[in-house]
Design a protein around this ligand. Structure first.
Ligand code: ATP
Length: 248
């Protein structure tokens, strides 16, 4: 069962520039072994929540003003983002950042550089990424900037996997991608979850696909968590259908 809490977000309020309140008290958990989706419209606060989770807000003068976020008991506000990565909390930022002038394989290797262990360990990690994303193996010598949007998203995810996450956090992996590519990526995420025990927190505007693959979900509206529950139950609620499962 899923009971050991890996991540807990507890009543988090956050503001930008001491002026704009982006989060008004967000609470949810991710248990070990779960896929949890954070849903909501554009501007609902998904990205702000994920940035707070990785302690990335201060860089853009954002601030958690109330509440706290614990990852395996560690208060993330007291940790450097790089230390969080080392402890297993790894985020794929919105917009599938890759080094465009590096090859796919070079991009992946940069994700493994923080690991202890040498060449052999990095090679083994690469093979594992290629096993989950055969497409990346085919494209491994291509410059990332010349690969498709889907391949760049896979590269960004693969690079995160290279640092051996316990909790993988993804911000809108479906953004700008064709539906078939989105399904492919989510299917791979679920395989990583089921086969490797990887826990996943994914923010998505595409509620239809997120609720299809997630175990649980939290819906944000105007910076507040308005609904949380099992993905299967949420999928069948009339209000969720009406507001979130419209056309996508
Ligand atoms: P998106 O789908 O655009 O990523 P989101 O649900 O992730 O939307 P956020 O990006 O977290 O929403 O934005 C939440 C609120 O915070 C919005 O009102 C937004 O305008 C505001 N906001 C976000 N980033 C900043 C910033 N750097 N400075 C000021 N306000 C910001």
């Amino acid at each position: 069962g899923h009971n050991e809490v890996l991540l807990s977000v507890n009543g988090v309020k956050a503001t930008y520039n001491h002026a704009i309140t982006a989060l008004h008290g967000v609470t949810f958990t991710v248990a070990r072994g779960e896929i949890v989706a954070l849903l909501g419209a554009n501007g609902a606060g998904k990205t702000t929540t994920l940035k707070a989770v990785s302690n990335l807000l201060p860089a853009e003068r954002g601030l958690v003003t109330e509440g706290n976020i614990l990852f395996q008991g560690l208060d993330v506000a007291t940790a450097k983002p790089a230390d969080l990565v080392r402890s297993g909390l790894v985020q794929v930022l919105e917009g599938r950042h890759c080094f465009r002038s590096l090859t796919v394989e070079e991009n992946l290797v940069t994700g493994g550089l923080g690991r202890s262990g040498g060449r052999a360990e990095i090679a083994a990690a690469l093979e594992k990424v290629y096993a989950h994303f055969p497409r990346l193996k085919e494209k491994r010598h291509a410059l990332s900037g010349l690969t498709s949007g889907g391949e760049q998203q896979m590269t960004a995810i693969g690079r995160a996997l290279m640092s051996r996450p316990r909790l993988l956090v993804l911000d809108e992996p479906s953004m700008g991608l064709a539906p078939i590519v989105v399904q492919d990526i989510f299917r791979t995420l679920r395989r990583l979850n089921r086969e490797e025990g990887l826990s996943i927190l994914v923010a998505e505007q595409n509620s239809t696909v997120a609720l299809k693959y997630a175990d649980r979900a939290t819906i944000l509206e105007n910076g507040a968590a308005v609904l949380s529950g099992d993905a299967a139950e949420l999928r069948n609620r009339d209000d969720v259908k009406a507001f979130y499962l419209g056309q996508s």
